[in-house]
Design a protein around this ligand. Sequence first.
Ligand code: ZN
Length: 485
Amino acid sequence: MRTRTLLPSLLLLGALSFTAACSSGSDGSSGTGSADGRPGSTPGSTPGPSPVRSVDPSKIKGLQIVSDSSEQSSCPFATSYPDVPGAEAMTAAMKKDVEERLAGFRSGVCEDGSGDAEGRELNISHYFLVASGDVLGVRLSTQDHSGTGSGLSTRTYWYDGKAGAYRTALGLVAEGSRDAFVAALKDQLKGREGFDAALFDDTLSAPDSRTALMDDMVFTADGGLRVTFDRGEVGVPPAGTYVVSLSKETITPWLSGFGKRVQRQTVTPSRSIDLGAADVSEPAVPTHTASGDDDTDCKQVKCLALTFDDGPAAPETGTLLTYLAQYKARATFFTTGQNVAAHPDLVRAETKAGHEVGNHSWNHPDLTNLTPEQIASQLNRTSDAIKAATGKAPTLFRPPYGAINAQVKAATTLSPVMWDVDTEDWKYRDAAKVAQTVIDKAQRSDVVLMHDIHSTSVAAVPQILRTLTAQGYHFVTVSHLRATL
Ligand code: ZN
């Protein structure tokens, strides 16, 4: 059978889940969740006995979100994972997985020269499971609709601050109890439609396969454990994702010492996190304030609207705000919700400095591949995060990859903003080239696309502002440009 023959390659590649079925749907349609990877937020997902607690990432001192994305529909990818001071070993594990998947996608889709992604897209998003006491847990959700991808796959990563070590999900269970644990999982899976007991036994007989297959475990708020198997891993692909929940009473005797600490910090989180990082320094957030409303009349003078997507990012966005203030330039930031949640202080600083904050979805999917409910969730969640940070809801949105259709437009009241000048800064990562592109191509009343997650793009800004200011340009927000034309 198909799944069986594909499984060895799955294990070799570290539990990337492969099936021959190339889903053209948006969320894996099999039920583990929303397009932003949250558990149980899509109809059809398996309800657990208790919710997974959400963690406020803005409370994590020194947190950086490592984001990478394109804005090109012929090569649509967006990846992100967190870098928490002290948990370098865990960050390295996530970085390795993300970079491998991205390299595979780029070589398969972006560099085949056809210039047509045909609905193929890679999206890796993250959220925190626990960030408390001496433990840290993160879940990465990968939507891979490339030729070899299979839709949604998820993995959890754990850090043990006491031992100073990265732990896989299976590290939550004591070694001596793993056989009993596996038997209990099988017991629950038996009788579920599409479950393949022989496949399950084969796969879990080798210790290495166990780690790769049982790579998504999460404690629920009541101390139970939820184990998720990706589509095609333990059953026929059409059956989708399998989620097994074990009660607190069942799982507790089987937990490792680390697992017990994670369980405790999930049920009753400490007020703070301490992973033993030597020196956690937060990059300063600029405190520039706008001098009233912008009275630039773009009918009378030459205006440009610089736009910066995919942020905010620390420290890049803070540096950019300082450059913009030096030239009294205003800009528009199309922020992703997951980065706003991590750095609300930077979004607040953008607003205070007189810039405009727009919506760029929660985790940068191609919205045209989503259902109306998912589109609304992507945009509403992000608008809520922006409003919580700044007190003001956005009125503009930029669809990731510039991908928009009637369904996307119908799902929101936000006004879409595209661009006139594409610097392709995400591709070149070359400050001089970014600056020269803007200086050469920008014309009166243009909207210019850049990304403030890249230090090279931020580094290009002083030269852009210096040169074009000397040519008589004024830098205004998108809404200002629209209102005065
Ligand atoms: Zn973007």
